[in-house]
Structure formats: structure tokens, C-alpha cells
Design a protein. Structure first.
Lengths: 557, 296, 318
């Protein structure tokens, strides 16, 4: 059994930022991650990070409004204001740590335009901003000497007398299971992309954090708000950054028209993501697509701009779509990308469960509401990662460890033993594929009651079949087969809460667009949907959206 | 076929056997060597000069190319390192016209200008591509059947593949094996054939350098090789010259003769081993030659 | 098309402690990658096959492995590019130069320790500015080339020096060190260069270009190591065999147009390095006896003064 003051689950941007903030306050911090920190999915973020720097004549209030409008007014305005106010400091902080941001002619930080924003305020490193920032944080983690449980899997959270007091961990390399007590646990385990097939997300994005919180009784909020990114490659689902459109790329239909001019006359290709995805899907559905895709045209940007600012996506398009974007347009389609919803948390990361925090994509504060603006996610992870780390570190001064011993791991040991002893039955690969394709069919850009109910049925079916899942690898050493099976368990919980919330919301807002209820209903639906696991089934509850200065209006781009 | 001959530094210094073997082989294969045009050409820099000043290396090589252009002949190398360094320099010069123009500025005083038309080629590639293996086979007087040979390329003639024209000439990847088979011998394949002989670190970290020699020669020997053949005299210097050191460090008897590419081809063309100085190696070739029933 | 994979398996818990190959066969479409194949193998054929993989788009660095003997990322290696002509299988093995844990999974701890050894964090001096450090965009663009490193380990796997000496810091760690030496905001250059000048540092690279060839992100670690050598020499760290060698080489070519091979090793080791001079004697004798001793009288090439002029011109530009 190990003891720490603060245990952070996940070593991506949010997790490592929290660790640095907490360790600065002198408490004993440990980070646990099922992959090495630099393998975290934060590295796949491409475009940039938003911040309103006042010395550029920008105003955080403008950034806040763009974000609020982008969220289709489901975002909590007090949280959004806070995030936008602290953005500038966070970006400068990263630069001081060594981030190699792009510069303007004066050597100051340079910006590019990004979706849904009236002013260019996205700071970037070519088109691999996420990777650049992740590596900088990792460098700082090495420097600070924070303990990292590298390649350890979190099986469950320790709940004792209504409080979260640590977690049960499994060392992937040896199969060893340990009880780790902590006075505060910060979930920073990222998103759940693999619940959908295809998705831009990495294979490790299986909703572990949301699943852990859900099972521990913490509510999940806004789960129906799943973002489909407008420019992903067909088949693989590989992401092509919004930065391409930020640099001026066009979206064309099969007739060669820039269809976004018609749907979003002001923002055009840089309207908010849900709007662009819907427009693309409409074009495709109405027969103006090419093989289920529209075209992203960068030819007019010229090779120099592409090589300097979009070199990674040029490689990706060549490797995964056999297209050189400097010479030909790239076929793209909407693809599942981000979960706006997550574990309900406040601006300091506190969830409804004492001792449990959440920050980053795993959390829902909510700063993204019904749709996230591009380049706000990197900001979200850093601002709330830092705040959770600080708050958790402060809180532990007055907390004692929970009174548990090694027996706390007994139930997880039994689960694993049972799984390993299962006889040949269902393959996790088949289950994952069935779940993913059903979600992508019924809970994608356009939804309807019948489809969503079907999705729920499919999920229940997968859940049943999961009882017979077979783990072929019986060894203790690096048993990836076992790990995927455990991840599948989390994925099913997440899928269920997505379907339940989607069915519950009887309007269209942000990423949740119902063909049978296409209008936004501010009178009844300016509230978040929460799903909480109960002993028998689940419970739905609501939380009103916090409105400060900006009343909801019609959302036009 | 006529070529502007670039012998490199080593074939005129520590590996004179390479020079003489080359001349003998080219005569029989009908390759005319113009030794005048590049008489005043400098060392390529061998990668060492480049690490101090890349532009200086590029200028010296551009100068050599300009001299070859003046002769109107294609340029031939006989050393993997010369070949690789020249190919990399050429790639940089041709990729950026502004860079080439500024380099030419520095050559102007001597009355030279590189116009970008040179494609340096190693004798190995000339044999395989310009002459063809069938032509080589037609000239063979003594088939080296029964001989088992391990190929050792030398880093600079296989990496980086982009600079060496591998995508346009995929045959280059297995060129040495092609020649070995064309002369009737059997190829002994081993993983180290395109790895490093250790020569560049010989004066910097001799222990590591000698370990590399030991690894590759012992591995080839254990797989049944009678000898190792290489198109690079620097590799030859290490694999041959330092083999006794490797043997004493590993406490193993290695005794694997290392022969230059032209010496191999020469043997098959009926040239006497003595003429090609095969009796002047550090690791004796006596046993190898006796197996071929050739008097050393 | 039908694709055969020959995958190296190793189960540390079995009684068979030697790794062995296992062949798998799949029907795959033309656009597939090696990773697509491996994932399908573990989902459809053999659930015990273990490997690391995550992003599938060449950014996380998890899936580095040796394919047909050469290190690379499985996720961006197209089947069509590696399928052998004669219908033989594609060989898939774990990375080299790192301890094997299981199947295609190696222990990365030695890799991370070396990265950590170069103190890979920005070390600016003085007070932090209110806002950002001012830095030219060219410098940031230049660093983006090195920062593109995803720490996948391909370069380390195929490094020929690491094969014989694991005290070498290796291409990834050295490239990472360059990222800081090349950063105008970092003020620890002399300190870093001094440490990189020690055993296992920049001078132990054998310039074999394996790391340049196998890097999936175009980082070209060897090129960075060469720049570090240059910077080390410029910063005054000239008391190494490597620095002496580079100087002697350069002097020789400048003076005569080509290499004085007789004097080069002597100058590299340093004539007062008795141990090294004595070690050279047997080599010298063997060379002498076989007519391989380079000429004592080193004659310049015709027109060597032209070479000298070029040296003067180009070196003054630097």
C-alpha cells in the first residue's frame, strides 16, 4: 500500500499541469498513467491555444462571448469568464517554460485565426501545438522530480464513508495490484473517443476517468454533447487540424462550391465546429458529397505556408489519404473528436464527490457547453489543471487518509481473476466494433428518437454479451488483452450515459441536433443534464446554466 | 565509356591496392578513366569537414563537380564515403538555387561554375547500371564458384537513401549482392552488411570501433563466409587493418580476408592477384586464393 | 491482398525463454498499414499478441518497432511499401538496443534515463520578463524541426554505437540536448556543451546515419549532433580526440587539398598521448610491411592554393 497527498490520474496536459501546480505547494504528488506521459493523447492536438492578450488590444470578454456563443449558450458563463481571464497568464507561463510558439516579425508570440472567433487569438507551434506543450510539461515534470506511476492502470477509486480516498492501481508490466491512498484524487484521464468508430482519438481514449467517477457515484454532465470535427480523414478518422481553415483553406462540395458561404456568410469555414459539421453532413446527405466526403482545398495557400505552419497535416494527408494537399484537395468528413461533457466539476475541479477532482476533457465545468471552440481545449486543460492542482494541494492540509488496508483491492482482484478464468466467448474486438459503429450511426451529427433508442438497445446488448467476454492472454506480464477488456467496461458505461442524456434532451442545441426536434428551446432547456449511477440503474437530474452578462440569442455565423 | 576519375584520398594513401585494382579492372571492362580533369580536385571532406563547416564541404565538392563538368564526362568514385558525401552535397546544391548561386560566387575566382549536371556514381553502380551484370558475366574468365562472400556496403553508400537515388534506382539496395552472384560466388547474408565498420570513431573511441569490426567479421565468418567484399576503402582499413586487434580483444581467431570490390571483379576477369596487390593485405588472402587455385 | 506477417514472440512467463517467430496471415486492403495488420491479428486471430500503440497517426511514438529489420512506426508504414517481392512474410520485431519485456514491448527505462541525463528543460538566466521572451521566428521554426521528435525510440533502436556501447547517450537524447543549445532563451550553453563533450556524448557518434534514415519525423539526430560538435569546438572545448581529429583533417585539406593519412591519427590522439602512440605501433608496422603506409612526404594536389583560398573565403563568412 502506498500513500500520497495528491494522486493524479492521467499524465496529459491537465494531469501534468495539476502535478506541477500541486508540487509547487510542497505536497507529495504522484501521477498515474496507463501510458508514458508523452504518449498521452494531448499530443494529438494540432491547431493551437486561445488567449486574449490585452497588450494586443484584445479583451478577454470578447473571447468569453465567442466561447459562450460557440457553446450554443449551454456553457456556464462564470466559468467561461474565469477561463478567458486566466488564459493570457497561462500561455505566457507555457512560453516561459520553453514552449516554442510561432512568432511575429517583432519576435513576440504570433497568432492565427480559428473557428468561431471574431479575432485571431490562437497561439500555435506549427500544427503540432499539443505535442509541443505536452513535451514542455514533461520536461518540467522531470525537473521537478514528481513521482510518476508510469504504465499503471487505475482499476477503481477508493470510496470510504462517502469520500474518495485514493485508487486501486495495477502495474501493467507485472500485473501487480496496489492500494494507493491519497487525500485528494484528480481525474485527468481525458476523453472517450473510442466509444465511437471511427474517431480521431487514440486507442487509449476509452473514457476511463468518466467510468471511474460514474462507478464511484459522481454524476456525469452534458454527456450527449459529442463533437464531430469537420475535417477528419475517411476510414482512419485521422484529424486534419482546424488550423488549415485558420490559414485560409476552403471547403468545397462536389460541384466545386464553397458551400459555407451560403450557411455562414460571416464566419464561412471558420464557423463553430458543430455548424460546419452539420453543413458538411447536409451537403453529403443531399448528394453533393464525393464518396461520403467534402473537399478541403489548401492549394491556394502555397507550399511555403503549408510547410511552415501545416507541415504535420501535409504528412498525414500523404501518409493516410495518399494526397499532397499542396497539389490536390483532401477529401474530409465529419468525425467524432471530443466530448464536451464529462464528470461534473466546478472551476476548482471539485466534483460532487468529496476528495475527487476532475480537470481537462474528462471534466465538464462547463466551459464548452454544447460545442467547443477549436483551441479552447488546450486552454481548458491548463487553466483547470492548474486550478485543481492548487485547490487539491491546499485541501490536503486538513485531511487525513481514509482508513483502508490492502483488502480494499479484493473486489478488483476478484473481477480480474474471473475475467481471466472466462472460457472462450465474445471477443472484445467484436464488441468494441459493434458498439462503436452503432454509436457512430445513431449518435452522430444528426440524431432522432428512433435511432437513439436503437443505440441504447445496442448498448444494452453489448453489455449483456460483455459478461461472456473472453480474455485470451492469461499471463501477468503486460497483459494488454486484459487491459482492453477492462477499458471496454468503462466504454460501455460512457456509451450508456451518452445515449440516456441524448434521449433526455428534447431539443437541438450545439452538437446535439435532433431531426425530430430541430429547434433550440431556451425556455425549457437552458440547463445541463446529469446522469448518476445508482445501485439499480441510474438517475437523471438537471442543473441550470449560469448566466452572467450574456443572454442567449439566435446563433448565426 | 569514359569517366572523370575521382580516386579519393585513401586509394592514394593507405589503400594503394584499391587504386591499382581499379585501373586493371576498368581496362578490361572498357571503362576509360580520365585522370587529368580531377587532378586538382580536393578531398570531399568525408563528413568530418562537414561537421565543422557544411558550407565549406559543399563548396569544395561543387568545385570538384565544376571541374568534372568542364571535362564533359560523368564522375566516377571508388569509395562509399566519397560517393555518399558527394551525393549529399549535390542534393543540397540542387535543392536550393540561391544556395548554389552563392557557392558559385566563391568559385568564380578560379574560373569555375557548377551548373548542376553532375551525378557522381560509384564503380559498383557503374558496373550494375551503366554496364549491366550481363555484360560483366560475358567478360568473366574465371567463375568464382564455391566461394562464399559476405557483402559490406559502408554506411555512406546506403544512407540516407533519399540522397543516393534509391527510389529511382531500387537496384542499388542489393547492388553488391548482384555483383557477387554475377561472378559466380554465393552471397552470405548477415544483418551487419549495411551497418557501421567503426572507422569514423577509430581515433575517437578505438574500443567501440574495434568492437564493431569484431561483431561484423565474426558474424560473417560464423555464417560461413570465406571473405568479405566492400566498396569502401575506409571500411577496408578498419575491417582488414584492425581485424588483428578485434581478434585479440574478443580472443577469437577471425581470419576473414577483406577484399575490395575491384579486386573481386578482377579475380573473375582473370587478372592476377599480385597485380591487384592481394598479397598486401593485413589479413592474409593466401588461403582464399588457394581455394580458387590461384597463386598469390 | 493476402499478407503474411512473421512476428517475433516472447513470453517471459513461459518455460521457453527464447523468443521465436510466429506467422500470421490476413486479407488486407491496399491502403493498410502494418499497425492495422497487428491490431487485426490481436483482435481476430491471437489475443495474446502484445504491443504498444495509441494514436495511429505518427504523433504519440508508441508503436515503434523493427519492420523487415529496420526501425519505424507501425502506424505509418504502409503494407505495400514493405511487403517483400517474393511472397515472403513481413518481419515484425521489437526495437533493438533496449531490453525485451514481452513480444513487441521493450523496456524504455534506459531511453528515458538518457533523455533525463541531458537536463532537458529550459534554463534561462535572470528575471523572467512580464510577458513572453522575445525570440525570432526563424529560431522557433528551426527548433520545430527538432521538437518534432516524438521520442519513439526508432533511432536508438538502430544506432550502431549503442549496439556496442550503451554508455553512449544516443541520438534521441543528443537531439534533445541540441533543442536547448539551439534555443536563444536558454543560457546554459557552455554548461551543456561541456557535459556533452564527455564520454558518451557528441564525439561518440560514428556518423553512420542510421538515425537519420529511420526517424519517422525527419528530426535527423545525427545532423544535430554534428552541429553540437561544431558548437562545442567554437565554445573552446578542443581538448578531445574528436576536436583534434576535426582540426587536423581540416588543416590537412586546407594545406594540401587532401588527407595526410600518416599524420592524421597522430594529431587526433595527440603526439604526447604515449598510450595511444604506443598502440599505433603494431598497426604502423603491419601497414609498413604490406606497403600500406601512407607516404611520409605528403605532396599537395596541383592548384592547392585554390583550395586554401576557398577555405579562407568560406570560413570568414561563418
Amino acid at each position: 500500500m502506498y500513500d500520497h497527498d495528491v494522486l493524479i490520474v492521467g499524465a496529459g496536459l491537465a494531469g501534468m499541469r495539476a502535478a506541477l501546480a500541486a508540487t509547487d505547494l510542497g505536497v507529495d504528488v504522484a501521477v498515474v498513467s496507463k501510458v508514458h506521459p508523452v504518449r498521452s493523447h494531448s499530443n494529438a492536438a494540432q491547431g493551437g491555444i486561445n488567449a486574449a492578450l490585452t497588450d494586443r488590444g484584445d479583451d478577454w470578454r470578447d473571447h468569453a462571448y465567442d466561447t459562450i456563443k460557440g457553446s450554443d449558450f449551454l456553457g456556464d458563463q462564470d466559468a467561461i469568464e474565469l477561463m478567458c481571464r486566466e488564459a493570457g497568464e497561462e500561455v505566457i507561463s507555457m512560453e516561459h517554460m520553453g514552449a516554442i510558439f510561432n512568432r511575429d516579425e517583432e519576435g513576440k508570440l504570433g497568432t492565427r485565426s480559428f473557428g468561431g472567433q471574431r479575432q485571431a487569438r490562437t497561439f500555435f507551434v506549427a500544427d503540432f501545438t499539443g505535442q509541443a506543450l505536452l513535451h514542455v510539461l514533461y520536461e518540467q515534470i522531470i525537473k521537478s522530480g514528481v513521482r510518476v506511476y508510469e504504465e499503471w492502470f487505475v482499476l477503481s477509486l477508493i470510496i470510504d464513508e462517502g469520500r474518495c480516498g485514493g485508487a486501486i492501481l495495477m502495474e501493467i508490466r507485472t500485473g501487480k495490484i496496489e492500494v494507493v491512498r491519497a487525500k485528494a484524487v484528480i481525474l485527468a484521464a481525458g476523453g472517450l473517443g473510442r466509444v465511437f468508430e471511427p474517431s480521431t482519438n487514440a486507442l487509449i481514449c476509452t473514457g476511463d476517468g468518466m467510468g471511474l467517477a460514474y462507478r464511484a457515484g459522481a454524476p456525469l454532465m452534458d454527456m450527449e454533447m459529442v463533437q464531430y470535427h469537420p475535417t477528419t480523414l475517411k476510414g482512419s478518422g485521422v484529424l486534419i487540424s482546424e488550423g488549415a481553415r485558420g490559414e485560409g483553406a476552403y471547403l468545397l462540395n462536389s460541384e466545386g462550391d464553397r458551400f459555407m458561404l451560403k450557411y455562414a456568410p460571416e464566419f464561412k469555414e471558420l464557423a463553430s465546429r458543430d455548424v460546419v459539421s452539420r453543413c458538411e453532413q447536409t451537403e453529403i446527405n443531399e448528394g453533393r458529397g464525393i464518396d461520403g466526403c467534402v473537399l478541403l482545398d489548401l492549394r491556394h495557400l502555397g507550399e511555403q505556408v503549408i510547410n511552415e505552419r501545416l507541415s504535420q497535416i501535409r504528412e498525414l494527408a500523404m501518409d493516410f489519404a495518399n494526397v499532397d494537399m499542396a497539389k490536390e484537395p483532401v477529401p474530409v468528413q465529419p468525425g467524432m473528436h471530443y466530448q464536451m461533457g464529462g464528470v461534473k466539476a466546478d472551476v476548482d475541479g471539485l466534483t460532487n464527490l468529496p476528495g475527487l477532482y476532475a480537470a481537462g476533457e474528462v471534466a465538464c465545468v462547463s466551459v464548452h457547453g454544447g460545442n467547443r471552440l477549436g483551441a479552447n481545449s488546450l486552454l481548458d486543460t491548463l487553466v483547470f489543471g492548474r486550478r485543481s492542482g492548487l485547490h487539491a494541494a491546499e485541501s490536503v492540509r486538513s485531511i487525513k487518509h481514509v482508513n483502508v488496508n490492502d483488502s480494499a483491492s479484493d473486489s478488483d482482484r476478484k473481477i480480474i481473476q474471473d475475467l481471466l478464468e472466462n472460457t472462450p466467448g465474445e471477443s472484445f474486438g467484436q464488441l468494441r466494433s459493434d458498439l462503436g459503429s452503432s454509436m457512430n450511426q445513431h449518435l452522430a451529427v444528426y440524431r432522432n428518437e428512433e435511432g437513439m433508442q436503437q443505440a441504447l438497445k445496442n448498448i444494452t446488448d453489448v453489455k449483456e454479451r460483455f459478461n461472456d467476454v473472453y480474455v485470451a492472454d492469461k499471463t501477468k506480464t503486460f497483459n494488454t488483452n486484459l487491459m482492453f477488456t477492462l477499458e471496454m467496461g468503462f466504454m460501455i458505461e460512457c456509451a450508456e450515459s451518452i445515449a440516456l442524456s441524448a434521449i433526455e434532451r428534447t431539443e437541438s442545441r450545439g452538437a446535439h441536433t435532433r431531426e425530430d426536434m430541430p429547434e433550440r428551446d431556451d425556455e425549457n432547456w437552458l440547463k445541463h443534464i446529469l446522469v448518476t449511477k445508482k445501485d439499480e440503474g441510474h438517475e437523471i437530474s438537471y442543473k441550470d446554466v449560469v448566466i452572467t452578462d450574456w443572454q442567449p440569442t439566435v446563433r448565426q455565423y | 565509356m569514359r569517366y572523370a576519375f575521382y580516386p579519393g584520398c585513401v586509394s592514394r594513401g593507405a589503400c594503394p591496392e584499391l587504386y591499382t585494382a581499379t585501373l586493371e579492372v576498368c581496362q578490361i571492362l572498357g571503362i576509360e578513366l580520365d585522370e587529368e580533369s580531377l587532378k586538382g580536385a580536393s578531398c570531399t571532406g568525408a563528413g568530418v569537414l562537414q561537421e565543422k563547416n557544411e558550407r565549406l564541404g559543399d563548396t569544395l565538392n561543387a568545385r570538384t563537380f565544376a571541374m568534372a563538368e568542364k571535362s564533359g564526362l560523368p564522375l566516377m568514385t571508388i569509395c562509399s564515403t566519397c560517393q555518399g558525401v558527394m551525393a549529399q552535397a549535390n542534393q543540397r546544391l540542387l535543392k536550393n538555387p540561391d544556395y548554389l548561386a552563392s557557392i558559385n560566387n566563391d568559385l568564380r575566382e578560379e574560373g569555375l561554375e557548377y551548373k548542376g549536371t553532375i551525378d557522381p556514381k560509384h564503380l559498383l553502380w557503374i558496373i550494375v547500371e551503366d554496364l549491366g551484370l550481363e555484360f560483366l558475366e560475358s567478360k568473366i574468365v574465371r567463375k568464382l564458384s564455391g566461394l562464399k562472400l559476405a557483402p559490406f556496403y559502408g554506411c555512406y553508400i546506403v544512407r540516407p537513401s533519399e540522397a543516393l537515388g534509391f527510389s529511382e534506382n531500387p537496384g542499388r539496395k542489393q547492388a553488391l549482392e548482384g555483383v557477387i552472384e554475377a561472378v559466380g560466388a554465393e552471397v552470405v547474408d548477415f544483418p551487419g552488411k549495411s551497418l557501421c565498420c567503426g572507422f569514423p570513431i577509430l581515433t575517437i573511441n578505438p574500443e567501440n570501433s574495434i568492437k564493431m569490426v569484431g561483431n561484423h567479421t565474426i558474424d560473417a565468418k560464423e555464417r560461413g563466409a570465406d571473405a568479405m567484399v566492400t566498396p569502401c576503402p575506409l571500411c577496408h582499413l578498419n575491417l582488414d587493418g584492425y581485424q588483428p586487434n578485434a581478434a585479440s580483444v574478443t580472443k577469437k581467431e577471425i581470419d576473414l580476408p577483406i577484399i575490395h570490390l575491384p579486386q573481386l571483379v578482377g579475380l573473375a576477369l582473370g587478372i592476377s592477384p599480385e597485380k591487384m596487390r592481394l598479397n598486401k593485405h593485413i589479413v592474409s588472402t593466401k588461403k582464399l586464393l588457394s581455394e580458387l587455385a590461384v597463386t598469390p | 491482398m493476402e499478407v503474411k506477417f512473421n512476428v517475433r514472440r516472447y513470453d517471459p512467463e513461459s518455460t521457453n525463454t527464447v523468443s521465436h517467430f510466429q506467422e500470421y496471415q490476413l486479407e488486407m486492403d491496399d491502403a493498410s498499414t502494418v499497425l492495422d495488420g497487428l491490431i487485426r491479428i490481436r483482435e481476430e486471430i491471437d489475443g495474446t499478441l502484445s504491443l504498444r500503440c495509441s494514436c495511429r497517426s505518427a504523433i504519440c511514438g508508441s508503436c515503434a518497432m523493427r519492420i523487415n529489420g529496420q526501425a519505424g512506426l507501425a502506424c505509418n508504414t504502409k503494407i505495400l511499401d514493405v511487403i517483400p517481392e517474393n511472397d515472403s512474410p513481413i518481419t515484425v520485431e521489437p526495437l533493438g538496443n533496449l531490453p525485451l519485456i514481452k513480444d513487441l514491448i521493450v523496456d524504455f527505462q534506459p531511453f528515458w534515463s538518457k533523455v533525463e541525463a541531458v537536463e532537458p528543460w529550459l534554463q534561462p538566466e535572470g528575471e523572467e520578463p512580464e510577458s513572453e521572451y522575445i525570440a525570432p521566428n526563424e529560431d522557433m521554426l528551426h527548433l520545430a524541426g527538432v521538437m518534432a521528435c516524438i521520442m519513439c525510440g526508432a533511432c536508438v533502436s538502430d544506432c550502431t554505437v549503442l549496439e556496442v556501447d550503451d554508455r553512449f547517450l544516443g541520438p534521441a537524447a543528443l537531439a534533445k540536448a541540441y533543442r536547448f543549445v539551439g534555443d536563444p532563451r536558454d543560457d546554459a550553453d557552455d554548461y551543456r556543451l561541456g557535459r556533452l563533450n564527455e564520454y558518451g556524448g557528441v564525439w561518440d557518434c560514428t556518423r553512420c546515419m542510421q538515425c537519420v534514415e529511420v526517424c519517422p519525423k525527419g528530426v535527423a539526430p545525427m545532423d544535430r549532433i554534428m552541429v553540437l560538435r561544431d558548437k562545442a569546438m567554437e565554445a573552446g572545448f578542443t581538448n578531445t580526440n574528436g576536436a583534434r581529429h576535426a582540426k587536423a583533417f581540416s588543416d590537412s585539406v586546407r594545406h594540401s587539398g587532401w588527407l595526410d593519412e600518416l599524420r592524421l591519427p597522430i594529431k587526433s590522439f595527440g603526439i604526447f598521448n604515449l598510450k595511444a602512440m604506443i598502440a599505433l605501433i603494431p598497426t604502423g608496422i603491419r601497414a609498413q610491411m604490406n606497403g600500406k603506409r601512407p607516404p611520409i612526404f605528403h605532396k599537395s594536389i596541383p592548384g592547392a592554393e585554390n583550395v586554401r583560398k576557398i577555405f579562407d573565403k568560406v570560413e570568414s563568412k561563418k
